[in-house]
Design a protein around this ligand. Structure first.
Ligand SMILES: Nc1ncnc2c1ncn2[C@@H]1O[C@H](COP(=O)(O)OP(=O)(O)O)[C@@H](O)[C@H]1O
Ligand SMILES: [Mg+2]
Length: 277
């Protein structure tokens, strides 16, 4: 497996009937094998951007290129994982992991790929178990193995660990990063959880809301990712938190500017009223 290069070019998206665009003129690139986080508060357009990258939504303007290929729909080259693992409860772990290969006509690869993927997510001993008997974290590992089985070049994650308890979440965050690096695939992670971005990503893009714009880029260049309490981690977390707050501040600035605009529009009205001052 290898990672693909991803380019988001001047992407703007407006949902039908919505007033302001959810995402406005966003441009960035992700290098092959890089782990990138998209952070920003709820409603700033993170999921919209991820759906556009996966081809599930076509943007109103702009485009996404994966290794130069215009993304216009889903492909086995890129896969998305959501908060809910959405497994088939009546199937075994191995059967669930085999699904992607089955649906893409690659049944012959099942015998080798499925055990390989189960080893990667550390579930080799669970191959024949029913997925219903697994914990939430284990189910998310099954979903990860299923996503990786067809050997995608880009893995897109939309808050995939937010339903899990803190300990399980921490282990999965590190494992997913390790696995993506081992396979060399490109990882894009959407999260509102800043520590998660610091643990998992090489770089974080900070979005501001209304409309969703790219506000800042923070490099998370850590020499050692094993010690969560290192000063290096604390420094990276502080830098990202600073960028996040500045982006939120800018939103506030924009809201104030809109208020000002509203005031000037109403000047005709206030002129008709007796001056109080
Ligand atoms: N299907 C939809 N139809 C209309 N508006 C939507 C739809 N999905 C999301 N939105 C709006 O677009 C904006 C961005 O949403 P979303 O991408 O889900 O943000 P995030 O993932 O950062 O929380 C929000 O204002 C949201 O209400
Ligand atoms: Mg979202």
């Amino acid at each position: 497996m290898k990672g693909a290069h991803l380019a988001v070019e001047a992407v703007t998206h407006s949902y039908r009937r919505a007033g302001a665009p959810a995402v406005c003129d966003v441009t960035f690139q992700v290098e092959p094998g890089e782990a990138l986080a998209l952070v920003g508060r709820s409603g700033c357009g993170k999921s919209t951007l991820l759906h556009i990258m996966s081809g599930l939504i076509l943007p109103t303007q702009g485009k996404v290129l994966i290794d130069g290929l215009h993304v216009t729909g889903p492909s086995p080259k890129w896969v998305v994982m959501f908060q809910q693992p959405s497994l088939y409860p009546w199937m075994s772990v191995a059967q669930n992991v085999a699904l992607g290969l089955k649906f893409t006509g690659r049944k012959r690869e099942i015998a080798t790929r499925v055990p390989e993927m189960l080893r990667l997510v550390e579930l080799s001993d669970y191959a024949d178990r029913n997925v219903q008997d697994l914990s939430g974290g284990q189910q998310q590992r099954v979903a990860l193995a299923r996503s990786l089985a067809p050997a995608p070049e880009v893995l897109l994650l939309d808050e995939p660990f937010s339903a899990l308890d803190a300990f399980t979440r921490g282990t999965l965050q590190r494992d997913v990063r390790r696995i993506a690096k081992e396979l060399g695939i490109t990882l894009v992670l959407v999260t509102h959880d800043l520590p998660e971005a610091v643990v998992m990503a090489d770089r974080a893009l900070v979005l501001s809301a209304n409309p969703g714009r790219l506000a800042d880029i923070v490099d998370i260049d850590l020499a050692n990712r094993d010690d969560l309490r290192s000063p290096e981690y604390a420094e990276a977390r502080a830098r990202l938190a600073g960028a996040y707050e500045r982006a939120a501040g800018r939103e506030l600035g924009a809201a104030e500017a809109a208020d000002d605009a509203g005031l000037s529009e109403n000047q005709g009205l206030s002129a008709a009223r007796p001056a109080v001052r």
